[in-house]
Design a protein around this ligand. Structure first.
Ligand code: SAM
Length: 286
C-alpha cells in the first residue's frame, strides 16, 4: 500500500470503501507528509520504542510510525475503519489495532507485553472533541508514558504553554505543566486535512517529568484549589476557594494562608504560578 499522506490517495481509500467520514468522532485525516515528518521527528521514535497511537483513522500517520518504531498499538473507536486499517497497514507486522474507546481502555493492559517493560510514547492526531479528557487520562493515570506528541487545536496548545497573566492560562495549563514540559512543535493550517477542520491546529510535545517541578504534599488538594480558582475566574481567589463546598475552607484559614505567602487578600487565581498553588496547598494542608 502506498503512503496515504496526500489528497488523491486519501480520497481513493474513501471512495474504495465508500467511507462516510464521521464528524461525531472528530475525523480529519492528515494529507500532508511534511507535517507527519515533523510529528515523527518531535516524538523521537526509535526501533526500541513502543508507540501508542490514538485514533489511527485510515492509517495515514500509522504507516510512518510503524516504520520508525519497534511496536505500534492503535486504539480506534470507529468499527467501520477496521477493514480499511487491515488493508492500509497490511505490510506492517509490528502494528496491532484495537477497536475501542481510548477513554474506556486500561492503557497498561492494552500495551501488555509489547513495550517489554519500557515506557510508551503516545503519538496521535487527536479527535478535538475529547482532547482535554484524553490528555488528562494520559498525564494522570499512566505513569508508564514517557512522552505525548499530538496534533490538537492550536488554541488548546497555546493554553498548555501559558503562564500567569495570560488570558489563556488556566487549569489545563497548570495540569500539563505539573506533569510535563510542553513545547509547541509546529502550527498546522486546516488545508493539511480532509475534511478541513474549522480551526487552526498545532503539534505539541509533552515530555513527562520523572519528578514534578514543584513539591505538593497533597496533589489532590492542589488540583482542588486550582479547579475552584478557575471555576470562579472573575472572582477573587478568596471567594473562589471559600465558595467551593468540597474544599471546606473558612475565610479565616484562606486569609491567613494568603498573608503567609505575602499575597493580597484580593488576588485572583489566574495571578498564581504553579509553584504558588503548590505552596498554598501545602499551607492549607498543614
Ligand atoms: N490518525 C488519523 C490521521 O491523522 O489521518 C485520523 C485522525 S482523526 C483527527 C481522529 C481519529 O480518532 C479518528 O479516526 C476517530 O475515529 C478516532 N477517535 C475518535 N474518538 C475516539 C475515541 N474515544 N477513542 C479512540 N479513537 C477515537
Amino acid at each position: 500500500m502506498a503512503y496515504l499522506a496526500n489528497p488523491s490517495k486519501t480520497m481513493e481509500v474513501v471512495k474504495k470503501y465508500n467511507l462516510s467520514i464521521q464528524k461525531k468522532f472528530g475525523q480529519n485525516f492528515l494529507i500532508n507528509e511534511g507535517i507527519i515528518e515533523d510529528i515523527i521527528e518531535a516524538a523521537d521514535i526509535t526501533k526500541d520504542d513502543c508507540v501508542l497511537e490514538i485514533g489511527p483513522g485510515i492509517g495515514t500517520l500509522t504507516q510512518y510510525i510503524a516504520e520508525a518504531a519497534g511496536e505500534v498499538v492503535c486504539v480506534e473507536i470507529d468499527r467501520m475503519l477496521m477493514p480499511i486499517l487491515a488493508d492500509t497497514l497490511s505490510e506492517y507486522d509490528n502494528v496491532s489495532v484495537i477497536n475501542n474507546d481510548i477513554l474506556k481502555v486500561n492503557i497498561k493492559e492494552v500495551i501488555g507485553e509489547k513495550n517489554k517493560g519500557r515506557r510508551v510514547k503516545v503519538v496521535a492526531n487527536l479527535p478535538y472533541y475529547i482532547t482535554t479528557p484524553i490528555i488528562m487520562k494520559l498525564l494522570e493515570d499512566e505513569e508508564g508514558i514517557e512522552s505525548i506528541t499530538v496534533m490538537i487545536q492550536k488554541e488548546v496548545a497555546d493554553r498548555m504553554e501559558e503562564g500567569p497573566g495570560s488570558k489563556d492560562y488556566g487549569a489545563l495549563s497548570l495540569a500539563v505543566q505539573y506533569y510535563s514540559e510542553p513545547k509547541v512543535v509546529t502550527k498546522v493550517p486546516p488545508s493539511c486535512f480532509i475534511p478541513q477542520p474549522g480551526v487552526d491546529s498545532a503539534v505539541i510535545n509533552l515530555k513527562r517529568y520523572s519528578e514534578p517541578p514543584v513539591q505538593a504534599d497533597n496533589v489532590k488538594l492542589m488540583f482542588g484549589l486550582i479547579r475552584a480558582a478557575f471555576n470562579q475566574r472573575r472572582k477573587t481567589l478568596m471567594n473562589g476557594l471559600t465558595h467551593d463546598q468540597s474544599l471546606g475552607l473558612s475565610k479565616e484559614k484562606v486569609s491567613k494562608a494568603l498573608e503567609e505567602m505575602g499575597l493580597s487578600q484580593t488576588v485572583r487565581g489566574e495571578a498564581l504560578s504553579l509553584e504558588e498553588f503548590a505552596s498554598l496547598s501545602n499551607i492549607l494542608n498543614s
